[in-house]
Design a protein around this ligand. Structure first.
Ligand code: DX5
Ligand code: ZN
Length: 215
């Protein structure tokens, strides 16, 4: 079952409540947290996640693009995140393991994310304990970028590893996903599609969500 997770990075932050409502037919809500260090952009933090939680019952898929994310796991979990993803490039392996341990203790779903430069095999030390792997199909930092075709190979390889070691784990793709790329990522093995500009840039976001789900 394909899940669609609209990214509020493409929403109007001054009218966020309304823009969350506009995508309420989606499965998850994707929240991009950026610290200006791990990526060259700063977006939103814990208090905003807390406000979103009060506003919607949607599953909150929180993508942490921050250095040493273990420092903030409890805070985002308390704020109401349902799933947290940490980038494998954002800390040493011990820091990533610590972040995942904290997620377990906080009872949030556990995910790791890969920048385009990172090989699929980098997930192996963690894969058996994960709920989701997030493969970036653009360089993290900004919405509206062009899909990186080469990343289909990474998606395929991560799908193979998931089938081998943890078939229940979901495989999410993020970046440049729209009507032209959805079918290719689904064919490569993705089951969870993040889309920012393709959903919020559409005249009818609910129709855009339904179309993405069909691939
Ligand atoms: C980029 C973010 C994405 C972004 C995707 O670093 O992680 O979630 O919002 O935007 P689109 O779908 O416009 O590429
Ligand atoms: Zn994201």
């Amino acid at each position: 079952m394909i899940k669609i997770a609209p990214s509020i990075l493409s929403a109007d932050f001054a009218d966020l409540g309304r823009d969350i409502q506009r995508v309420s037919s989606a499965d998850w809500l994707h929240v991009d947290v950026m610290d200006g260090c791990f990526v060259p952009n700063i977006t939103i933090g814990v208090p905003v996640v807390q406000s979103i939680r009060k506003h919607t019952d949607m599953f909150l898929d929180v993508h942490l693009m921050i250095e040493k994310p273990a420092r903030y796991i409890e805070a985002f979990a308390r704020a109401g995140a349902d799933l947290l993803s940490v980038h494998l490039e954002a800390d040493h392996p011990t820091g990533i393991a610590e972040a995942l341990k904290k997620m377990e203790a906080c009872r949030v779903k556990k995910a790791v994310a890969l920048r385009p430069i990172t090989k699929a095999e980098a997930v192996l030390p963690y894969l058996e304990g994960l709920d989701l792997v997030l493969v970036m199909t653009v360089e993290p930092g900004f919405g509206g970028q062009a899909f990186m075709e080469d990343q289909l190979n990474t998606v395929r390889r991560v799908r193979e590893l998931i089938e081998q070691y943890n078939p229940a784990c979901r495989l999410e793709v993020d970046g440049g996903i729209g009507p032209k790329t959805a079918s290719a990522v689904i064919a490569a093995g993705a089951d969870t599609l993040v889309a920012g500009s393709a959903v919020y840039g559409a005249d009818d976001p609910a129709a855009a969500i339904a179309a993405l789900r069909e691939g």
